[in-house]
Ligand binder design. Structure first.
Ligand code: XMP
Length: 517
């Protein structure tokens, strides 16, 4: 792999994704990794990420010196670039000249292998206080900006390179080209990592892990569990049984899409459990968001365990116990949980995978090394229906946390209709790729006066919450065209009984979370 050394902040994941966009497999490692550990991973390239620190701070993260001596082609970015400069004998100065945001740089000469074929003047994205004032010995300067004399450097002999700006950020005009030049030209790495290879490799691994055993997978209707199950099915066929819990909090048509479209496309053996009544009974009279989340999580585990028990008994009768459980864990979850940061509990999250640890299963996690867009690509290659593969994120607790107030069957039906209208119109307007997701929320505890026909109405508002995001950690509200908003509002107020007002949520995250509860 290409190793992306994480110096903190959010840059490492983005770099890892961009490297993969260049068709090269990448993995993130902490900056505390030793040279021996690096050598063990046998990397074909290393990228040092940016980070929030200053190389001057006491205790500022460093790199095991030996890593730069391994002879592995290495690219330092921003903080990583400064770490390289300091550790190799160059100079980093506290010039006081900070550069944040779009910054023009001038390429020196032909730009060397890193900036080869790029315009002499280009806009890059910078974010730094300190600057490299002198390149280490044996390095040539490839670019500079007004306040940074050394904005990029190279030592072709040692295959060490660095840039002050962030090539992984789209605002750097030729950023992806810088990464590609490093990977393909400087390091000579072939562009041969793609979805097809991943499928073949995972299928082989899954077969080796599962052998002739039996395996279960909970489907949520979302992308991750659907693709994970499809991969496992590809590997072991009917040794896999999928369980789909219909908790009554799904959106319109979702159950049919799983039961018919998905099953037809994959041929998986599916058991659906109709648990609507059980969930609604448990939720009766509850409007507190955290309590709702806890109840839904608890009921989900109960239902899934019951189904599991039955399957296990059946299998045991055939003398072949179920030993494996498929989970759609993605790479960002792996990286983030490895970080072990003590973040505050904002909401109790519930996922289909969120099952108790005391279940005696071995996990099968075929998506552990993948980012979401890669999972979608694999799903498409496996022939899964676009309604599932292209699906926007939808929370495990479903519509239960999109009704502000008590969850009832009637309210769910209202919300389902409003949500279906909003989704259909967004798709029709070709906006699915502009938005990350668009929760539609029913304010069931709020009423307002309206007029319809000749009569006074006293109905509920529906909130539209369209957001743009890269990772759901932060988000901005999407500026949807007015005519699309007007169409959605018209249709919802005309077609959905008891809804007489549609409002738009124009809050970024932070301070607002994406979901209302
Ligand atoms: P928030 O509301 O915290 O949501 O800004 C961030 C992202 O997570 C989704 N979400 C969930 N996903 N189980 C999930 O699988 C949950 O309990 C859950 N709650 C929120 C939300 O839709 C958004 O994409």
């Amino acid at each position: 792999p290409v190793l992306v050394v994480d110096f903190g902040a959010q840059y490492a994941q983005l770099i890892a994704r961009r490297v993969r966009e260049a068709s090269v497999y990448s993995e993130i490692v902490p900056h505390t990794i030793t040279a021996a550990e690096v050598a063990e991973k046998n990397p074909i390239g290393i990228v040092l990420s940016g980070g929030p620190s200053s190389v001057y701070e006491p205790g500022a993260p460093r790199l095991d010196e030996g890593i730069l001596e391994l002879g592995v082609p290495t690219l330092g970015i921003c903080y990583g670039f400064q770490v390289m400069a300091t550790q190799l004998g160059g100079e980093v100065a506290h010039t006081g000249a900070r550069e944040y945001g779009a910054t023009d740089v001038v390429v020196a000469g032909n730009g060397g292998v890193l900036l080869e074929g790029q315009p002499q003047n280009q806009t890059t994205w910078m974010s730094h206080g300190d600057s490299v004032s002198k390149a280490p010995e044996g390095f040539s300067v490839l670019a500079s900006s007004v306040s940074t004399p050394v904005a990029a450097f190279a030592n072709d002999e040692r295959k060490l390179y660095g840039v002050q700006w962030h090539p992984e950020v789209k605002h750097s005009e030729f950023g992806q080209r810088v990464l590609e030049n490093f990977l393909h030209k400087a390091a000579g790495i072939a562009a041969d990592w793609n979805a097809g290879n991943v499928i073949a490799e995972q299928v082989a691994r899954i077969r080796a892990q599962i052998g002739t055993g039996k395996v279960i997978c909970g489907l949520s209707g979302g992308v991750d569990s659907a693709v994970a199950a499809a991969l496992v099915h590809e590997a072991v066929g009917d040794q896999l049984t999928c369980v789909f819990v219909d908790h009554g909090l799904l959106r319109q048509d979702e159950r049919r899409q799983v039961e018919e479209d998905y099953v037809k496309a994959t041929g998986v053996r599916l058991i659906t459990i109709d648990a609507e009544k059980q969930f609604l009974d448990a939720l009766a009279g509850v409007s507190d968001p955290e309590q709702k989340r806890k109840i839904i999580g608890r009921e989900f585990i109960r239902t899934f365990e019951a189904a599991q028990k039955q399957l296990i008994e059946e299998a045991a009768n055939e003398g072949d116990p179920v030993r494996f459980l498929v989970q759609g864990t993605l790479y960002p979850d792996v990286v983030e949980s490895g970080g072990g940061s003590g973040t505050a509990n904002i909401k109790s999250h519930h996922n289909v995978g969120g099952l108790p640890d005391d279940l005696d299963f071995e996990l099968v996690e075929p998506l552990r090394a993948l980012f979401k867009d890669e999972v979608r690509e694999i799903g498409r290659q496996l022939g899964l229906p676009e309604v599932i593969v292209g699906r926007q994120p939808f929370p495990g607790p479903g519509l239960g946390i999109r009704i502000v107030g008590e969850v009832t069957k009637d309210r769910l039906e209202l919300l389902r209709q409003a949500d279906a209208i909003a989704r259909a119109e967004l798709t029709l307007a070709g906006l699915d790729n502009e938005i990350w997701q668009c929760p539609v929320v029913l304010l069931a505890d709020v009423r307002s006066v309206g007029v319809q026909g000749d009569g006074r109405t006293y109905g509920h508002p529906i909130v539209l919450r369209p957001v743009s995001s890269e990772d759901a950690m932060t988000a901005d509200w999407t500026r949807l065209p007015y005519d699309v908003l007007a169409k959605i509002s018209n249709r919802i107020t005309n077609e959905v009984k008891d809804v007489n007002r549609v409002v738009l949520d124009v809050t970024s995250k932070p301070p607002g979370t994406i979901e209302w509860e």
